[in-house]
Design a protein around this ligand. Structure first.
Ligand SMILES: [Ca+2]
Length: 359
């Protein structure tokens, strides 16, 4: 597979060729002509029956699974160039990734992405189980952002008798985003995150950014419902700026009525019924029914992240424990002042030391 897609605003995305291989359960070597050619009829019957009774997929035996999808793999057709994390480890070609694409928008900003995908087979259907990805973005004004690898993991309704009876096999249960095993991106506050990125601009300023996301399943689709971020940056003159952790909360249409938890014990028919009932309601009271808007973004709001206290601003009552008005806080020091890190996080390192180790 390879693709070139153009968007309406003049941007385009090119994806390098990759190959998806579908493996089916076949009576390959064991029942081949060579294996059976010297057997008599009884011997052949026994070989076939032995093969049919071998357990293979999801507790079933071969006899029930001939021609059933056994697995799907994704590989690049040609050798891919190393992704930024691989270049850092001294590689010139990619070990980890199968899919590579470059997206360019109408303003000349470009994003190069690498990903690897693992599929699982549930009820004979291939489902994306996890995707590991990283990216390198360059803007037309000369800034560059490298985002370290992170892993998106999907969970699905298993192929159980109960799920089969209610026709729910393979339905999306959850999407989580995490750092790869063995890595723990840790912000200045000491909080841990899933995604870490490093930005340099044309003037040499450096910004580190940490974030984590939560997803909710709404009517079977994953929607981002929060993103927590903190950043710190150094100017070329040595100025250090830290933004305390804050969370953007997103509310989406149908978030509670059509959530996974609300629908999880229903049959497919009852889910359809619940969705149509919700579509006929008017949640925002504007006189028109919700319609087919499940999962659509309704509102975004900012709050300090958990365990983050925003101190009272100068205009506020200084005896308060936290600001009543403000939801985010940024702190800057020049190179001649004491450099402070927010929270009880790791010690602040000098800009020179940090710059020598981009992701
Ligand atoms: Ca409405």
């Amino acid at each position: 597979m390879e693709s070139l897609s153009e968007s309406l605003d003049g941007g385009f995305t090119i994806t390098d060729p990759y190959v998806m291989t579908y493996g089916y359960n076949m009576a390959e070597a064991l029942l081949s002509h060579d294996a059976l050619k010297d057997l008599d009829k009884a011997g052949i019957r026994k070989a076939v029956s032995d093969w049919m009774n071998q357990p293979v997929i999801e507790g079933r035996v071969n006899g029930w699974t001939v021609g059933v999808l056994g697995g799907v793999t994704v590989a690049s057709r040609d050798r891919l160039g190393a992704a930024p994390s691989e270049v850092q480890a001294g590689l010139t070609t990619s070990d980890a990734y199968a899919v590579h694409s470059v997206a360019v928008d109408a303003f000349g900003n470009s994003t190069e992405s690498w990903s690897s995908q693992i599929y699982t087979v549930i009820g004979g259907q291939a489902k994306l189980a996890s995707a590991t990805m990283e990216s390198l973005a360059e803007t037309a004004d000369g800034s560059e952002t490298a985002t370290s690898p992170y892993v998106m993991t999907y969970a699905y309704e298993p192929d159980s008798d109960a799920n089969k009876a209610s026709r729910r096999v393979g339905g999306l249960i959850s999407l989580t985003v995490a750092a790869p095993t063995g890595t723990t991106p840790t912000g200045c506050s000491g909080a841990t995150y899933a995604i870490y990125s490093w930005t340099t601009d044309a003037f040499g300023s450096v910004t580190e950014s940490w974030s984590k996301q939560t997803y909710t399943i709404i009517a079977g689709q994953a929607k981002m419902t929060s993103m927590t971020t903190e950043t710190q940056s150094w100017g070329v003159d040595g100025t250090h700026t830290a933004t305390y952790p804050y969370t953007m909360w997103y509310s989406c249409a149908g978030q509670s009525d059509l959530s996974y938890d609300a629908l999880k014990d229903m049959s497919a028919a009852d889910v359809r019924d619940a969705v149509s009932k919700w579509e006929a309601k008017d949640d925002d009271g504007d006189g028109s029914p919700n319609g087919a808007t499940a999962g659509r973004l309704l509102q975004a709001s900012v709050l300090p992240a958990d365990n983050t206290v925003i101190c009272p601003a100068p205009s506020e009552d200084q005896s308060l424990a936290s600001s009543g008005t403000y939801t985010s806080f940024t702190h800057s020091d020049d190179p001649f002042g004491a450099v402070l890190s927010p929270g009880a996080g790791r010690p602040t390192s000098s800009s020179t030391a940090r710059r020598s180790s981009p992701p």
